[in-house]
Design a protein around this ligand. Structure first.
Ligand code: ADP
Length: 206
């Protein structure tokens, strides 16, 4: 190693992968497959919230108010929670973020925490595209079996999609990570999508 910069990179090599897209686009399914395959940590803010709700923590009580009406949980709550989770995984090879960031503030907060603890940077963002009709069908179907309040009725589902369009869909616009975005057709089969994602990750690793 010849320079301080290289030494720094050597110690910082943790990969950060973001799965981005509307509710019901398949981020969670892919995050599970890919994290198992590569031994990465899977962080789903939705899952962490639901876990808090199940355990009836204060955070869970607070978050359920927003989640049940299909709104985003306020940034301060979400970023604090996510930062706490990241700090449990300093030794991870990589982290897959599923459902985070969802606002520009959350992007800044993620970049800040990665920098603060010298954990590397956002390496790649998979941007899932899919028609509204298809996600509504998928979410309502999932609601029949998942016991998720926010998937059961069409009004909440539609509110979440609206929230995505309004608050989330454009957050990468004008961001320096724009070039790390890989678009993906989320109406393809689970297998086809995971093979596609795997190839892109392998390219990053080797
Ligand atoms: P989906 O992507 O199907 O909506 P999630 O499990 O990702 O499911 O999210 C469920 C709910 O949890 C969201 O509708 C929102 O209320 C809350 N939530 C999850 N992630 C975030 C986030 N990054 N910022 C704010 N709220 C979030």
């Amino acid at each position: 190693m010849s320079s301080l910069h290289e030494i720094h990179n050597f110690y910082c090599f943790m990969i950060h992968i973001i799965l981005f897209g509307p509710p019901g686009c398949g981020k969670g399914t892919q995050a599970k497959i890919i994290s198992n395959k590569f031994g990465f940590i899977h962080l789903s803010t939705g899952m962490i919230f639901r876990n808090h709700i199940k355990r009836k923590t204060n955070l869970g009580k607070l978050a359920s108010y927003y989640i049940n009406k299909g709104a985003l949980v306020p940034d301060r709550i979400t970023t604090n929670m996510l930062n706490t989770e990241i700090q449990k995984h300093f030794k991870a090879k990589g982290i897959i973020y599923d459902g985070y960031p969802r606002t520009k503030n959350q992007i800044f907060s993620l970049e800040k925490v990665l920098k603060k603890f010298c954990l590397g940077k956002i390496n790649i963002i998979f941007y899932f595209f899919i028609s509204k009709k298809m996600i509504i069908n998928r979410l309502l179907k999932r609601g029949e079996t998942s016991n998720r309040n926010d998937d059961i009725d069409i009004i909440t589902v539609q509110r979440r999609i609206k929230e995505y369009d309004k608050e989330t869909s454009l957050i990468w616009k004008n961001h320096k990570c724009k070039n790390n975005i890989v678009k993906l057709n989320a109406s393809l089969s689970v297998d086809k999508i995971s093979i596609f994602i795997e190839k892109k990750i392998l390219n990053l690793l080797y």
